[in-house]
Design a protein around this ligand. Structure first.
Ligand SMILES: Nc1ncnc2c1ncn2[C@@H]1O[C@H](COP(=O)(O)OP(=O)(O)OP(=O)(O)O)[C@@H](O)[C@H]1O
Ligand SMILES: [Mg+2]
Length: 313
């Protein structure tokens, strides 16, 4: 099992979008994936599950001792529309005060032998680096940093790197930095050059393009690789998971296409049944009463009516 913390000092750079997209792509490629929402904004829970007020959630795990937290963790896992993709939701009141032991996630993963159930665990974090993010860092084997290419975003990475070195030099360091919302403007290229000068080998070769499809999918709670597989966004994410996880791009593409087809077929079947059910409820059979009346009449005439209206002795 590989545990990945998705982190950036700066907010709004695409951490949650990255976590959801990578987790869904991996699940569609046949891996068992758990995404943990470690952010009180609970965007991941909202987009993937719709219901973000579930308990137990990550907060209950933090507030328990290891043995109890193990049970809470297993109870907090919920299935999603995609096979092999599970999440642990967050809570609006989640805060650093909930954490008594920053090693709790690591301990509880071991206690539950989570590696038996999952190939990948991705932890989506709120911006900044404090005790909540520390809990994710202590559990993680790697850190992925999605980033925009802007002045504040580049500064955010420098700050993140500095704090990781100063306060968390016993944790894993940054594995990969993923440029996001790339439009190829001169200004973005300048910031890309600046990042390459600082962290050359850590910058991925794949840059996720700017695409409004992300926002549309999030808003409608749709899976990018099912509803917009033939978008620039989906193609780049598939290329990215090939790069990050060393997967065979062609094979992944075929697996994702298969899952998409099956998913759409089962959605269409479901829609058909729902339409039929609704049509039946909206328009009751005009002959139904007659048929029932006719049946009762014949039963009465033949003396076979099971219930005559007379109380039984
Ligand atoms: N490549 C992209 N192109 C266009 N829009 C994007 C892209 N990636 C993310 N977005 C949009 O940018 C916004 C912020 O993304 P997201 O919520 O993933 O960022 P975040 O880093 O998780 O934010 P926060 O720090 O608040 O948790 C969302 O509206 C999302 O749809
Ligand atoms: Mg987020």
């Amino acid at each position: 099992m590989r545990t990945i913390a998705v982190l950036n000092y700066k907010g709004g750079v695409g951490k949650t979008t990255f976590t959801i997209s990578v987790a869904q792509a991996l699940a569609m490629a046949g891996f068992r994936v758990l995404a943990i929402d470690n952010d009180s904004q609970h965007h991941l829970s909202l987009v993937v599950d719709g219901n973000w007020q579930r308990t137990p959630c990550i907060r209950d795990i933090y507030r328990s001792s290891v043995g109890i937290a193990g049970k809470k963790l297993l109870d907090a896992i919920i299935e999603t529309k995609l096979r092999n993709f599970h999440i642990i939701p967050s809570h609006a009141e989640l805060s650093g005060h909930d954490i008594k032991d920053p090693y709790i996630l690591r301990k509880v993963f071991e206690y539950c032998s989570l590696g038996r159930f999952y190939d990948y665990v991705l932890i989506d974090n709120s911006p900044g680096i404090d005790i909540l993010q520390e809990a994710a860092l202590r559990a993680a084997d790697e850190i992925f940093v999605p980033t925009e290419l802007s002045f504040f975003a580049v500064n955010g990475i420098i700050e993140l790197h500095r704090i990781l070195n100063k306060r968390f030099n016993d944790c894993c360091g940054i594995t990969k930095i993923v440029p996001n919302a790339f439009r190829g403007t001169n200004r973005q290229l300048e910031y890309l050059e600046a990042l390459k000068a600082l962290y050359h080998e850590k910058i991925t070769e794949t840059y996720i393009p700017y695409d409004t499809v992300f926002d549309a999918c999030m808003k409608e709670q749709k899976t990018l690789f099912i509803h917009k597989l033939f978008s620039k966004a989906a193609a780049h994410y598939l290329k990215l998971i090939h790069e990050l996880f060393d997967l065979d791009e062609k094979k992944v593409w075929e697996q994702v296409c298969d899952v998409k087809q099956n998913h759409l077929r089962s959605e269409a079947r479901q829609r058909f049944f729902e339409q039929q059910k609704k049509a039946f409820q909206d328009e009751p059979d005009p002959d139904e009463d007659k048929t029932l009346a006719h049946y009762l009449q014949t039963q009465m005439e033949s003396g076979d009516l099971p219930f005559t209206g007379e109380p039984e002795d």
